[in-house]
Write a protein that binds this ligand. Sequence first.
Ligand code: BF8
Ligand code: SF4
Length: 621
Amino acid sequence: TEIDEKSIDLASQKILQKAEEEGIETAWDRYEKQLPQCSFGQLGVCCRNCNMGPCRIDPFGEGAQKGICGATADIIVARNFLRMIAAGAAAHSDHARDAVLTFKKMSEGEAGSYRIKDEAKLLSLASEYGIPSDGKSLEEIAANLADVLLQEFGKQDGHLQCTKRVPKSRLKLWAELGIEPRGIDREIVECMHRTHIGVDNDAVHILLQGLRTGISDGWGGSMIATDVQDILFGTPQPRKSTVNLGVLSRDKVNVIVHGHEPILSEMIVEAAEDPELLKLAEEKGAAGINVIGICCTGNETLMRHGIPIAGNFLQQELAVITGAVEAMVVDVQCIMPSLGELTGCYHTKFISTSPKADFPNTVRMEFHEDRAYETAKEIVRTAVENFPNRIPEKVTIPEEKQECMAGFSAEAILNALGGSPDPLIEAITGGAVRGIGAVVGCNNVKIKHNYGHVNLVKELIKNNVLVVTTGCNAIACAEAGLLLPEASEMAGDGLKAVCKALGIPPVLHMGSCVDISRILVLASAIANRLGVDISDLPAAGAAPEWMSEKAVSIGAYVVSSGVFTVLGTIPAVLGSQAVTSLLTGGLNDVVRASFAVEPDPLKAADLMLEHIDEKRKALGL
Ligand code: BF8
Ligand code: SF4
């Protein structure tokens, strides 16, 4: 494949060229070596759930139509899909659990490096969860809240409390369908149980559990992660920063934080300002310490501190290949194990920090709350001491970097609107804004890097759809200059006028992937204000380049919440007609929303616009 077929991004293309010259392998090379990919796997008809297998179903109807136990393609596809949702929900929710545990330790005085940064959010969350606060210290309130939140994970009776934020009509629908989540962990465990050989063997029944598990992620785990992180680290407010590989510094120590949990990155950001380390950097001949992010950790530190981002998922290897990275510091999720061998080709130290996640060739510096700042300092010190090992002949930093504006938490959006969603609602009902598009998700080598993201979002804003974004889509948009108020010049006249009046970009960066919970909160606020269900809103979702299991869980809860969602890469379900037609149609009769699959971003935008227009019409707009 030619380099300009791999990525639309110039900085990335330059580094891909460098990789080629240096004989360095990247994800794109490994993808080529995987081709042709196994079609049984692509269709989702391969089962390894017991050791009589592996079994596979012949998609052409000639060979085996049943696994050894008798499982059909419908059963196998549905079970595999459910396991993807379970893994995705587990990833988000286990991240949330760690955030709550840190929060609890903080409240007990055992995590000295962390503090309550957003008191107002603590108090409002406590009252939402029915925790009395009068006469109590903030720490006591935090401790009580932490206990209640922890119960959401292990609850054995009743339902998740966090679903209180869901519009009543939706909650009623879930209750009727029997898909109101009970405990977060329980739903995930039940997915594993149900997909064990000889348990749940009806595709529809299996998929309903998928919706319930997804809901326990979106309105449960992910939302808890967002809320607790806001209390600990501050609720994001709009701020400017820069993105793309050009944010790597020529003369400073470059420390990349990559992964997902701000528990780590917040401390690194702080440690990089430590006078002792700054002095050490000077002694080592560096002009300072440059902390930058990749993937969702990058989104977290960008949203709260304006820390620059070097790139999204497919740029993690490219960042190392610049030869300018002193330390690649990682925790969990979306971190390529290839970084082990790759960092070995440069002077880069690959530092893994999570007790849960190790990788080849790392320096392990395990991160624990009780000495978080000390560990962060050791990590940054390791990076600083590595600065003299940088090999100048191996360094190429592309000049491309782009300004962006991020930090649009639901709270910040309401602020920008003057305290209530009304101005936005008026813009929608008046027709200046046609609707809302939520565009999220990963990169995937099956789609030219950032091509799906940028083209879909541009087409939406051109058609007056206000876009909210998170995750790797947000970074792609930032790199394309779409996260600036000036980008409203690319928007249709209606949206342009609204953006200018409010001083906001046409594409609002709402955070990391767990922060899709912020989008749910916003959608819920608008629906409640209009007195309708989320499924009645002129809104649509998309994940143009998705690849992770987390994205499957997100899809499950977004659709369960009533939002039509277009996927840009094909999920492994086509081997079952029943599952495919349920996901892309039948779900409308169940949760009043469904999926569509459309790799072409312009056609995907058309599908979203069509849906938005239908909803407008139904609302009499
Ligand atoms: O949680 S968008 S590639 S980085 S999974 Fe991963 Fe996908 Fe990026 Fe963040 Ni989300
Ligand atoms: Fe085969 Fe059934 Fe075992 Fe799956 S569970 S591997 S279909 S026998």
